[in-house]
Design a protein around this ligand. Structure first.
Ligand code: ARG
Length: 462
């Protein structure tokens, strides 16, 4: 940041002394809003085209503005642009440079516009781009999940409730549950994008402007679906940023749940999966350690995105119409939410293909957890016993198996028949893990054929 001894403040006309240095630092946003420079230039060019088209500025001014902006874009891109704290934010920094480059045309750019509608436009353009990028990453992540689910469509693992072994499922079915979460995330983002994609520009400071502007033209130029219908709301609305953070919080919550499972599964007590070394870190003191840092950090970063949602809700709750400087505080939470979701999705999309399952460990966990007990109860129910009676009988059988240190299908037929005369030789096919899986053959069930059908439908849609 360069510091000019006597900067020409944009609004200096009515001021009798320069701004206090502390105030300058406190009020400036250029340190973080400069990341919106592309959107700012895009918005300004669309505004300038509209001004020229409406005869509000001469055609030569438009040409000068376009030439100046092209140079500014090149300067920023190359790192040559001198960002200055003296010009508060990205908007004034670019406008000052434009005026230095092209003179009066640069000073005419702000006709019929305020930074209030300008910044609201820039954030929406920025967030729209960010949502589109996140959707691409979500798609890549979903494809990685589909591939993993396909590879493990028939791999038995214990499904848990209360984190205790419940019933057999397939690893692929579990991964498809993760995918369902991400499908809702994608739907939500697409829904939010509609409300992001409205043009505030034209609202000016708060009340609209006296020039014969054409907002629909600007909206079309910038790819907005329409204009914000009320000038006061246009400059003060940040619902779209809150909605995005809410969607980001949910998305991170999903990634955090997946992370928690990966951390557990990687623990040698589970040993259900291996995560490639390139996604793990070691310990500086314990030579044997391999830590699932990526999953842990994703779990941890979820908290900060929740924080951003809370920050934005709180930012807005006390604001009277229309624009208030409070709004400048919208950017850092929003940007960090975008960055966190983007980085986390990218690394998960890269990590998931490397997940390797350890079927023997999952098979052993199924055995120790009497995972097919419900199947025995269902078997007895099919033979005519009321389900509640079947439930009680199987409880007794499980206790016996526990005493003998074996799984249910390892009990001798006479042993099983001592609990119910309804039990026949055919019981063993119901008690195997494969039998249990295959029997759950309905929409949403864990049967390998069902898992494969879901994957096939997903691939056909893509
Ligand atoms: N930097 C400001 C923001 O981020 C731009 C709008 C400032 N408007 C104003 N009247 N001070 O919100």
């Amino acid at each position: 940041m360069s510091s000019d001894a006597s900067p020409q403040y944009t609004w200096a006309g009515n001021f009798s002394e320069p701004m206090d240095d502390l105030v300058k630092r406190y009020t400036a946003s250029v340190g973080f809003d400069r990341r919106m420079w592309r959107q700012d230039i895009r918005g300004s060019l669309a505004h300038a085209r509209m001004l020229a088209r409406q005869g509000i500025i001469p055609a030569e001014d438009l040409a000068d503005i376009q030439r100046g902006m092209a140079q500014i874009a090149a300067e920023i891109e190359s790192g040559a642009f001198a960002w200055s704290l003296d010009f508060e934010d990205v908007h004034l920094n670019i406008e000052k440079r434009l005026t230095a480059l092209v003179g009066d045309a640069g000073k005419r750019l702000h006709t019929g516009r305020s930074r209030n509608d300008q910044v609201a436009t820039d954030i929406r353009l920025y967030l729209r781009d960010a949502i589109d990028d996140i959707q691409v990453l979500l798609g890549q992540f979903q494809n990685a999940l589909l591939d993993l689910a396909e590879r493990e469509a028939a791999t038995p693992m214990p499904g848990f409730t209360h984190l205790q072994v419940a019933q057999p499922i397939t690893f692929g079915h579990h991964v498809l549950a993760w995918r369902e979460m991400t499908r809702r995330d994608a739907e939500r983002l697409a829904e939010i994008r509609k409300r992001v994609n409205r043009l505030p520009l034209g609202a000016a400071a708060l009340a609209g402007t006296t020039y014969p502007i054409d907002r629909e033209f600007v909206a079309a130029e910038l790819g907005f679906d329409g204009v914000c219908e009320n000038s006061l709301d246009a400059v003060s609305d940040r619902d779209f940023a809150i909605e995005f953070c809410a969607a980001a919080a949910l998305l991170m919550m999903h990634l955090s749940r997946m992370s928690e499972e990966l951390v557990l599964w990687m623990n040698p007590r589970f040993a259900f999966v291996r995560i490639p070394d390139r996604f793990c870190t070691g310990s500086s003191i314990m030579p044997q350690k391999k830590n699932p840092d990526v999953a842990e950090l994703a779990r941890g970063k979820t908290g900060r995105v929740y924080g951003h949602l809370m920050a934005l809700l709180t930012l807005m709750k006390g604001q009277p119409l229309a624009y208030n400087k409070d709004n400048q505080e919208d950017k850092e939470p929003l940007f960090d939410a975008v960055d966190t979701v983007t980085d986390t999705l990218r690394i998960f999309a890269a990590m998931i293909p490397g997940v390797v399952t350890r079927p023997e460990a999952m098979r052993e966990a199924l055995r120790q957890g009497f995972a097919t007990a419900t199947d025995l109860a269902d078997y007895l129910t099919r033979k005519g016993l009321p389900f509640r009676d079947a439930h009680r009988i199987v409880g007794l059988a499980v206790r016996r198996a526990e005493e003998l240190g074996v799984d249910l299908p390892e009990l001798r037929i006479e042993e099983l028949q001592s609990f119910s005369p309804l039990i026949g030789e055919d019981v063993f096919s119901a008690l195997t893990v494969e039998g249990s899986l295959a029997a759950r053959d309905h929409a949403g069930g864990t049967a390998p054929e069902r898992v494969r059908a879901v994957i096939a439908r997903a691939r056909a849609r893509a």
